[in-house]
Design a protein around this ligand. Structure first.
Ligand code: ADP
Ligand code: ADP
Length: 232
């Protein structure tokens, strides 16, 4: 069974009497171990789709199954639980807490998931080692470069061993060398079996994935494999 399955997903925003349909019937399936990029211009519905895939919002119509579970009709409390267990988030703005050392940032999803204190530091340290920052456990975000901060965010996304890693414009705030380091890290995670969904407006970034879904005006308009060696 696919990890992600969307069927006829629509999302309508309402403010007063004005309605806007940001997703107009999206179908997609993502299998375990796939690396998929969703690519589209500004305003095409990427953030809306990301919010639904990430269980931050629910469809107005249609269904979403994540890891076989129907999450489209869940309460906010159940959704929060699914988010913690099944999804690792990487955002453009890193979203690290500036007052906490790297390992404390990385352990946060474990705190929310109720993992025992005795395991958390060890698991956070292992995730930071995984992203090449085993020697930066005690550094606060402000003491790290942008690229290193985004790698801390990737470690935070990995630490719960989620079903999918959702990366929303993860290189949007990085110079080209740091972008390359983060994209190389995603390549490695994919090679080690992780399921990754990357959301971007940049075709060169999307070409790093194995498969590209093009979104335009709230619809998936293309679903294509990336030719070997794609963006590299
Ligand atoms: P993208 O991430 O590709 O830029 P979005 O999903 O943010 O696209 O937005 C898709 C469309 O939905 C845009 O036209 C946007 O203005 C509209 N939109 C997004 N969020 C809201 C909202 N909360 N209320 C009304 N319209 C929204
Ligand atoms: P981004 O696409 O950069 O992640 P957002 O998701 O915050 O940015 O917003 C995407 C688009 O949706 C923007 O064009 C924004 O104006 C529009 N939008 C977001 N929230 C609302 C809202 N509450 N009402 C109307 N438009 C909104």
């Amino acid at each position: 069974a696919p990890v992600v399955s969307l069927n006829g997903v629509r999302k309508t925003y309402r403010s007063g009497s004005i309605e806007f349909e940001a997703l107009r019937g999206v179908d997609m399936e993502i299998a375990a171990g796939e690396y998929v990029a969703v690519v589209g211009p500004s305003g095409s519905g990427k953030s809306t789709l990301m919010n639904i895939l990430g269980c931050l919002d629910v469809p107005t119509e249609g269904s979403y199954h994540l890891g076989g579970e129907d999450v489209s009709t869940m309460s906010e409390a159940s959704l929060a639980h699914v988010r913690n267990r099944r999804i690792g988030f990487v955002f453009q703005q890193f979203n690290l807490l500036p007052s906490l050392p790297a390992w404390r940032n990385v352990e946060l999803p474990l705190v929310y998931a109720g993992a025992p204190r005795s395991q958390r530091r060890e698991r956070a340290a292992r995730a930071l080692e995984r992203v090449g920052l085993g020697d930066r456990l005690e550094n606060r975000p402000g003491e790290l470069s942008g690229g290193q901060q985004q790698r801390v965010a990737v470690a935070r996304a990995l630490v719960t061993e989620p079903d999918i890693i959702l990366a929303d414009e993860p290189t949007g705030n990085l110079d080209s060398a740091s972008s390359e380091a983060v994209l190389a890290l995603l390549d490695e995670l994919h090679a080690s079996g992780r399921t990754i969904v990357l959301i971007t407006h940049e075709h060169e970034v999307a070409a790093r994935a194995g498969r590209n879904l093009t979104i335009r005006d709230g619809l998936i308009t293309a679903d294509e494999p990336v030719l070997a060696g794609g963006g590299r």
